[in-house]
Design a protein around this ligand. Structure first.
Ligand code: MGD
Ligand code: MGD
Ligand code: SF4
Ligand code: MO
Length: 765
């Protein structure tokens, strides 16, 4: 385990003054409008703020840099096609504050690291490239050519291209992502980890194995035609707020909503849409019909218990529950699966998930009688050891009901970052398909590396062990987003050079390699002029729609460069013998799209279709009932539910997002829906657990994880009594990432198990 250095790698152990109230039972309404206005006013002022908001998510306007929830294909609301958290995302990036060279002269790296993430993020946009020399505590300005020269020197002095790691965060556009992977593969490695490795990787693996495509199958319209929506391990009220409008419409059309979550999230309970008169008046729509408040990681057991009950009904009335025609024609492996389920012990499954039989029966009855089901899920499912198999269990349930490949039914992994799905489509992947490599080889005159690269966790281990020495990040905040903060810090500090292409300052700039560079780029909201012409970029949302995004603000500094241009200039400096025409990409982004079209299926007529107002859908086999698996059929699979034998003094901890953050960017200190204000160093515990273990509400505790014989301690967290199953707890990410063990990863997807961290809790001091 790495020693803590003078640089503060974890979040500082400082308090901001906790206030609590009763958790809310409704999301949005007027408080959401007030909160949006507060954020936009303080960062951009009203005029600039209103200008951006008028364009946000409109056809031909700016794609919201928040989450990946899709925009409606048809008419968009002229008033506001966005949510409170979309406004916060915009306020954060379009801020008037900028960090000039003087800021970095006045503030040392070590002093900045003493600030909280909230304070660091509020400093402003980085206005020029910055360089940190070996041994120095102060960044100083560097010219762009010198920065690219430095990168070239370091990359070209490595013994092998595999000693470099190229990370991507999911805000990067298709155009930048395509060029970046091309550059990295020409350089000679597949070390292209991305935030997806920590996010929906488990979904990608599970869906590819069973349905032949690693993406969800539903469209937004399917929500309006469905009969049942299952929402598992997701908090849309905070993380995908406009999903609530879709849920509301689904409800109006008769859908039943079943939510599965260890805590009662306000956004799943009720919604009042501030864009409608009723909502503004505080009149709420009930969303969830049945709320299953299960134990952490109880989802597979829950799904298996439901299927077991459904089978009993099918046995009573054969043909009434299962879609046998679909099963026979389109799937394989059903017998093994059903035999397996029949053998499971219902009481044991109930014990694991913690849901009473009566409630299970109620849900099973709904599933028995309905034919069109959509299953949605997010991080509550993907960040567990058994995540891939749990998601495959969702697929099993949908297949039994023939609930894939038809309107109103299917899979809906709700993506996080606004273009995380597009980046993967563009080839940001450490395990690229051979077809992509062949296409690159054909189109460009080089032989792409065929060896698999490092994913996020493997990259950290490689840097820690000295097998990788240069780290380059296209966006993101690698240090704070990654598990095992002190281990990851040491990994980055071991590097010869760390480079971040960024908009805002974050902790990854402060916990650096021997030398470090910050390369400031244009953000989504910024005008991207190439010569005389305003360029647009394209992104792919959670439902596979590719569409354009065009900024409209004057950049805060003339020294900012767009991400595609940064990649081109870096490639030209680094790749001595490149035959790729990087200059043409720098003249017009249509030229990038020409080459994407030539290499990646589904992008025919890209430049034309990208200009269609609502963009275009990518092909999706599962949506069309065409399964591109080895057998050509959708596959059932057999899995076993995890039991988590906790000792009496142990708790299971999930690390979640508050309402006032976007991943490691902290917009504010409140978690309004959960009734937690002005403080993030809290741990939510069941009141009975507090009593049994002799703690008190408001008491200070230390949290300890011992995975793999290493003691990890997160100090000074405040106990908050909360409605959560016993022995389950919750803390915020990234404060608690210190406790997420680097080697505790999901099977097959290698995603850190950020939602099932085993901890002990001790009184502080
Ligand atoms: N405003 C805002 N929007 C965001 C983000 C943000 O930080 N802020 N982040 C973006 C990104 S990158 C992502 S990936 C998404 C994340 O979106 P979410 O997945 O909604 O984010 P989390 O806060 O991690 O919430 C996980 C939810 O799962 C529940 N949960 C935890 N463990 C379990 C479990 O074992 N079983 C079940 N059934 N439920 C469980 C938690 O109680 C919580 O409600 O949001 C995206 N959108
Ligand atoms: N414990 C725990 N850890 C987690 C999670 C969890 O639930 N629990 N969730 C995981 C998930 S789902 C994800 S997706 C990852 C997120 O991991 P990352 O994507 O690496 O992290 P972010 O916080 O989204 O990155 C924020 C930074 O991106 C930069 N940025 C913002 N906009 C732009 C832009 O337009 N261009 C460029 N170049 N840079 C930009 C800013 O400098 C900002 O500081 O974290 C993961 N880590
Ligand atoms: S739902 Fe997501 S993409 Fe839509 S406005 Fe809100 S944050 Fe932005
Ligand atoms: Mo994510």
């Amino acid at each position: 385990m790495a020693e803590k250095k003078d640089i503060q790698a974890g979040t500082p152990e400082k308090f901001t003054g906790l206030k609590t109230s009763k958790p809310k039972d409704v999301a949005a309404g007027m408080p959401a409008v007030t909160s949006s206005l507060k954020h936009i006013m303080s960062e951009t002022g009203l005029r600039k703020g209103l200008k951006i908001l008028a364009n946000l998510n409109q056809k031909g306007g700016i794609d919201c840099p928040g989450c990946a929830w899709p925009d409606p294909d048809d008419e968009r609301s002229k008033i506001a096609e966005y949510c409170e958290n979309g406004v916060k995302a915009i306020a954060e990036e379009a801020t008037n504050k900028r960090l000039d060279p003087e800021f970095f002269t006045q503030n040392s790296v070590s002093s900045l690291s003493e600030l909280s993430d909230y304070e660091i993020g509020k400093k402003g946009r980085i206005a020029q490239p910055m360089y940190l020399e070996e041994g120095s505590d102060f960044y100083r300005e560097i010219s762009w050519p010198d920065a690219f020269q430095l990168i070239s020197t370091e990359l070209n002095s490595l013994e092998s291209p595999d000693e470099a790691v190229f990370y991507t965060s999911g805000r990067t556009s298709n155009e930048a992502a395509f060029l970046y992977q091309l550059f990295v593969r020409e350089f000679g490695t597949n070390n292209l980890p991305d935030c997806s490795n920590m996010c929906h990787e488990s979904s990608g693996v599970a869906l590819s194995e069973t349905l032949g495509i690693g993406k969800g199958s539903v469209k937004l319209e399917d929500f309006y035609q469905t009969e049942v929506i299952l929402i598992m391990g997701q908090n849309p009220g905070t993380n995908h707020p406009r999903m609530l409008s879709a849920l509301k419409k689904a409800k109006k059309n008769g859908a039943v909503i079943i939510s599965v979550n260890p805590i009662m999230e306000a956004g799943l309970l009720n919604f009042s849409n501030p864009q409608e008169v009723k909502g503004a008046l505080g009149i709420k729509t009930k969303l969830t019909d049945i709320y299953l408040q299960l134990k952490l990681d109880g989802d597979m057991a829950l799904l298996q218990a439901l299927v077991k009950l459904m089978l009993e009904e099918e046995d009573r009335k054969p043909g009434s529950v299962l879609d046998n025609e679909f099963i026979n024609e389109k799937t394989q492996g059903v017998e093994d699966y059903l035999n397996h389920i029949r053998k499971l012990d219902l009481n044991e499954l109930i014990d694991i998930c913690g849901i009473p039989l009566e409630q299970l029966k109620e849900v099973a009855e709904i599933l028995c009688t309905r034919k069109k089901i959509i299953a949605c899920w997010a991080m509550g499912l993907t960040q567990h050891k058994n995540a891939v198999n749990t998601i495959k269990e969702i697929v099993n349930l949908l297949l039994l009901k023939g609930s894939i490949g038809k309107p109103g039914a299917g899979t809906c992994p709700v993506r996080g970052h606004s273009n995380v799905q597009g980046d993967r489509t563009m080839g940001i992947y450490e395990k690229p398909p051979e077809t992509l490599l062949d296409a690159l080889e054909n189109r460009f005159q080089f032989s792409p590396p065929r060896k698999k690269g490092y994913n996020t966790v493997e990259s950290i281990e490689a840097m820690y062990e000295g097998r990788a020495r240069v780290f380059i990040a296209m966006g993101g905040n690698f240090l704070s987003a990654s598990p095992d903060t002190y281990y990851t810090a040491q990994a980055l500090q071991n590097c010869n050079l760390t480079v971040h292409v960024s908009t805002k300052l974050n902790r990854s700039h402060l916990v650096h390699g021997k030398q470090a560079l910050i390369l400031p780029c244009l953000a989504r909201t910024d005008k991207d002029m190439v010569g005389e012409e305003l360029q647009f970029v394209t992104v792919e949302n959670s439902m596979g729609v590719v569409h354009q995004s065009r900024g409209s603000l004057d950049p805060i500094s003339e020294k900012l460069i767009s991400e595609p241009l940064i990649v081109c200039r870096m490639a030209k400096a680094v790749l001595k013998d490149t035959k790729t025409d990087w200059d043409k990409y720098m003249q017009h982004y249509d030229r990038i799209r020409d080459d994407i079209e030539a290499c990646i299926p589904g992008f025919e007529d890209y430049n034309k279709r990208a200009r269609q107002p609502a963009g275009f859908y990518l092909p999706n086999g599962a949506r069309d009932n065409d399964y591109r698996t080895a057998s050509g059929k959708a596959g059932f699979s057999v899995s076993h539910a995890n039991k988590h034998p906790l000792k009496d003094n142990e708790f299971m901890m999930m690390t979640i997002r508050s309402h006032d953050q976007f991943n490691t960017t902290i917009y504010g200190l409140d978690d309004r829906y959960r009734g937690i204000y002005n403080e993030r160093r809290v741990i939510l515990i069941n009141p009975e657990d507090i009593r049994q273990h002799g703690f008190e509400e408001g008491e200070l505790v230390d949290l300890i994880n011992d995975f793999g014989g290493t003691e990890r301690i997160a100090r000074k967290f405040i106990i908050v009594a909360y409605n959560i199953p016993q022995q389950c707890t919750a803390t915020y990410f990234p404060e608690a990432n210190i406790l997420v063990p680097i080697k505790s990863i999901a099977d097959k997807s290698h995603t850190p198990t950020s939602k099932s961290v085993v901890i002990r809790i001790k009184k502080h001091g």
